[in-house]
Design a binder for this molecule. Structure first.
Ligand code: PEP
Ligand code: MG
Length: 746
């Protein structure tokens, strides 16, 4: 027998849907809907509040409250009971509304005579659209069935809102996804871009939230759930060789996909009249709202699992794949929760910008975005909920801001900024062929950092003197398996071909820490940045290092070759790595293959210990490159990936500079060439300070070469050195103020 409340609910949902099909404006629809709900739920009042802007809710329709209050009554997010429902994404059910904490009485509505209040969020997959409220005179709490029924109704309203059913001009009800929204994220890669949104994973559109035949809808759902379970089982079979953590994720997926509670709840939603798709979205939205309140990282991780599974299920139900056949818009800006380096490379330079909800400064995607010189903003929370394909978007990689659907004044100011940057770039381009020589006649070699073939055109374009750091791990990170020696040799050859006469300093594989190869068993280490990484892996597992050294020697085809080893902490590590390279060189020679006409072997100085190594170490190195990102992290004991502590310590702190001076002096005494290749080398104030202290070679991202060269050519490094030493003598903790002041006066 069909439950009466189920059949009532289905009748109501069908009537709601019919309001979509009938003519009339948005307001008319909203009015009819509130009347239908109040009648069906036997309440005195039914009201719909929608967001007027992201912070303000507006009473858009009511049955039972004063009609004059419609479009007049507004509340801020979090204000009153309605604002509380909107903010928390959770229902409020009370028999005595005025006694609830945060209750706000709005006299214009005439609601004082209604004691009971039930409000549920109108939300769709984490996106808050408004609040649906029913009220009655008598002081009683609504039953669980009534609450559940109202949530189902709210789900249909959410889908109708998405479909634009309540969008109307005359009453100022803005459509969703129309407001300008600004996101404050963090810088992943500097630069500014204007373009149009391209969602990496497009939103699934549910065109029919109401199911006419619950049995048929349940059958569709069951079939989709079985396909989903089969997909996950297949993934698990394929995961036999995967590491523990990846397997654990899949096991968690499996548990969720087989969860009876999940499937049962969706079945109940269908019984109340939702279509299978809307039922999936309803459960996703409800669980999302609950999990979002949690600060537990484990639970938040489950939120991702739930989203992934729900999206898969929706795709199975709607037949909409991630490839919708849509064309990239003009000036595409990729918007995604996260993206892998290989996928980002596939898009390549077509993209004008990238905005991610997750990611980190050192993530692989950030490294690729940097290599491609595409502005990147990370930590733009919830942008995938807000953005629609084709929306206008401004990416400010310098500040870490994103403006979605901006006001024209904001867009105009932004265009001015882009134009100014273009003027500056033009000025820098004019310097391309000129040396970075200061007014006292000292010349600094400006090199660029690279790691992909895609970087190489910048070698000519930026006017770099060579590649000071070629991060070879990027080739390993963007693949699904260890590259073959022949592939690597061909790649290194192409890099050297492209560089021509200019020098390339290849750094051997620097994996571990944040750089985890997808096909390598990750280590369960409490402190990966200080763990088994870089040369430590190379020496303990010499097979890959040897293969890479052979590939480098072969790629050189008899030309001069420079190789450096990452993260050397003690001289014996360097000596062992150097011996391995020399051994491979001799082996190549004994096989009759050409060997480099000149072989320069260097170490990266990234741990403070190496600054105190004996002279014999410095003598044994042809060159030393300071990896400032790691060195600074260990000098100040501040994680380079942790935004909270990263910026706390100044590179121009006199303690750090005193340490750099020590390294400079030791290299001078031992005739060891010295360069600096961390990110700081590309920051003009830092770069000039390093040059003034005596570092003669700086390696940076290509876009920084112009600005740094421009300043060096206007500065007198002797004068600057003098000012720095003087400030230090005066006891300054940082020399930033004096250097900034000096440069501002140029
Ligand atoms: C550094 O640590 O400064 C460096 C250049 O190496 P990476 O950033 O690749 O760790
Ligand atoms: Mg490093």
């Amino acid at each position: 027998m069909v439950d009466r409340s189920e059949s009532d609910s289905r009748t109501l949902l069908r009537r709601l849907r019919d309001t979509l099909a009938t003519g009339g404006g948005a307001q008319d629809r909203l009015d009819r809907i509130t009347a239908l709900i109040a009648d069906s739920m036997r309440t005195h009042v039914c009201s719909i509040y929608l967001f007027r802007d992201p912070e303000t809710l507006e009473l858009c329709a009511t049955e039972g409250l004063n009609r004059e209050a419609v479009h007049q009554t507004r509340m801020r997010l979090g204000e009153g009971l309605v604002g509380r429902v909107a903010r928390s994404g959770q229902p409020v059910n009370t028999g005595n509304a005025p006694s609830e904490p945060g209750f706000r009485y709005m006299p214009e509505t005439g609601e004082e005579i209604y004691s009971s209040f039930l409000g549920v969020p109108i939300q769709r997959v984490g996106e808050r659209l408004g609040v649906l409220v029913v009220q009655s005179r008598e002081a009683r709490e609504f039953s669980d069935d009534e609450l559940y029924g109202l949530e189902v109704v709210a789900m249909v309203l959410a889908e109708m809102t998405e479909l634009g059913a309540f969008t109307g001009e005359q009453n100022g009800i803005g459509a969703t996804h129309r407001f300008p929204v600004m996101f404050r994220g963090a810088t992943g890669q500097e630069g500014a871009a204007e373009g149009h949104v391209w969602l990496h994973e497009p939103r699934v559109v549910v065109t029919n939230p109401v199911g006419d035949d619950p049995e048929a809808e349940k059958a569709r759902l069951e079939q989709a759930v079985s396909s989903l379970q089969a997909q996950i089982d297949d993934m698990l079979i394929g995961a036999a060789q995967m590491d523990k953590e990846q397997r654990q994720v899949l096991e968690a997926y499996k548990m969720l996909a087989h969860s009876r509670g999940w499937v049962r709840r969706m079945g109940e939603d269908i019984a109340l009249g939702l279509s299978a798709e809307a039922a999936v979205e309803k459960e996703q939205s409800t669980a999302r709202a609950r999990l979002e309140l949690s600060t537990d990282p484990y639970l938040r991780e489950r939120l991702h699992d739930l989203d992934d599974l729900s999206n898969r299920l929706l795709r199975l139900l709607t037949g909409q794949g991630s490839d919708t056949g849509a064309e990239l818009p003009l000036n595409p800006v990729l918007v995604a929760r996260n993206i892998g380096p290989a996928e980002l490379l596939d898009y390549g330079r077509k993209l004008k910008g990238v905005v991610l909800e997750e990611g980190s400064v050192g993530s692989h995607a950030a490294i690729v975005a940097r290599a491609l010189a595409i502005p990147l903003v990370i930590h733009a929370t919830r942008i995938t909920m807000e953005a629609l394909n084709g929306d206008q978007i401004l990416v400010d990689g310098d500040q870490g801001f994103v403006h979605l659907r901006p006001e024209e004044t904001v867009a105009a100011a932004f265009r001015d900024k882009i134009a100014m940057q273009a003027v500056a770039q033009k000025r820098y381009a004019d310097l391309r062929e000129l040396p970075a020589t200061d007014l006292s006649g000292q010349t600094i070699s400006l090199m660029m950092n690279a790691g992909l073939m895609a970087d190489l055109p910048s070698l000519q374009g930026s006017g770099a003197d060579g590649v000071g750091l070629f991060r070879t791990e990027l080739q390993f990170l963007i693949r699904t398996r260890v590259p073959r020696r022949s592939e690597l040799a061909a790649l290194y050859k192409r890099v050297m071909d492209a560089a021509g006469e200019k020098r390339v300093q290849f750094r051997t594989l620097d994996i571990g820490s944040d750089k985890v190869l997808p096909y390598m068993k990750p280590q369960d280490e409490p402190n990966p940045a200080m763990g088994w990484r870089a040369i430590r892996v190379g020496l303990d597992k010499p097979g890959v290092l040897r293969m890479q050294l052979q590939a480098l020697l072969r790629g050189a085809e008899g030309r001069p070759l420079s190789v450096m080893f990452p993260f050397i902490a003690t001289p014996d590590e360097f000596h062992a790595a150097k011996a391995s390279l020399l051994h491979e060189r001799d082996r190549e020679a004994s096989l009759g293959r050409p060997v480099p006409s000149e072989l320069k072997i260097g170490a990266m100085l990234e741990t403070p210990s190496l600054g105190f190594a004996p002279d014999s170490f410095f003598e044994a190195c042809d060159f030393i490159s300071i990896g400032g990102n790691d060195l600074k992290q260990f000098f100040f004991a501040a994680d380079r990936e942790n935004e909270r502590v990263r910026r706390r310590y100044d590179t121009l702190d006199t303690a750090f500079l005193t340490f750099l001076e020590r390294i400079i002096a030791r290299c001078e005494v031992n005739h060891t060439a010295l360069s600096f290749c961390g990110e700081d080398a590309g920051r003009p104030i830092e770069a000039l300070t390093f040059a003034a202290l005596g570092i003669r070679s700086l390696s940076m991202r290509p876009a920084s070469i112009g600005p740094v060269k421009h300043l060096i050519r206007r500065a007198n490094l002797d004068d600057l050195r003098h000012l720095i030493l003087e400030a230090r003598k005066q006891g300054a903790q940082s020399v930033r103020p004096v250097v900034t002041h000096y440069l501002a006066g140029l």
